[in-house]
Design a protein around this ligand. Sequence first.
Ligand SMILES: [Zn+2]
Length: 75
Amino acid sequence: MSTTAKRVKDAKIQEKFKQARDKKQARPKFSTRRHNRCKICGRPRAYLRKFGLCRLCFRGLALRGEIPGVAKASW
Ligand SMILES: [Zn+2]
């Protein structure tokens, strides 16, 4: 399966969970089918929940100062 197809599939599953939460529909049977992906590039690994991004996109944005309150560690 192509990466694009996987991204679309994951998005579809996420949408089902979201609908179940909002409209009190039955939750999909298997919660393990759910998988977080980076909002920007769709990377399935090294996903940061707090930001909804993968480590690489997070790093890029943080270094450019586009994430409020995030600065590179230095002491
Ligand atoms: Zn990413």
